[in-house]
Design a protein around this ligand. Structure first.
Ligand code: AMP
Ligand code: ZN
Length: 116
């Protein structure tokens, strides 16, 4: 646990969140500012800063992906489809440096990237 990390503090129960799924190694909770009808964040319990660090721990990476699929099923997204996003680093727009998969769906999500 990193005391200064927002998502470690959610894991520790120090900051409230709406939990939708939990395993020994993962936690899934609703995004505080949803960008789609369903928007859930899936994190490893152990602190990894970003998806590059997560990839160095293949067991944790597999657990996060499995939890993302479980969340999609729980939220009723599997039939119509959904998106799993790992924003990474500055160009990726990452704001919280405890890796998290955004599971978004519940409506057509449009093009993958906005054209600028
Ligand atoms: P990213 O830009 O990929 O790092 O995404 C960070 C996400 O965390 C954003 O979608 C925020 O809305 C979300 N977020 C920030 N604080 C909280 C919180 N306390 N509980 C739930 N989601 C949060
Ligand atoms: Zn953390």
């Amino acid at each position: 646990m990193e005391n200064s990390c927002l998502f470690c503090r959610i894991v520790a129960g120090e900051i409230p969140a709406t939990i939708v799924h939990r395993t020994d190694t993962t936690l899934a909770f609703r995004d505080i500012d949803p960008k789609a009808p369903t928007h859930v964040l899936v994190i490893p319990v152990a602190h990894h800063a970003d998806v590059v660090a997560l990839a160095a721990d293949p067991a944790a990476a597999a657990d996060v992906l499995a939890a993302a699929a479980e969340v999609a099923a729980i939220e009723g997204l599997t039939a119509d489809g959904f998106r799993v996003i790992f924003n990474t680093g500055r160009h990726g727009g990452q704001e919280v440096f405890h890796v998290h998969a955004h599971v978004v769906g519940g409506a057509p999500l449009g093009p993958m990237l906005a054209r600028s």
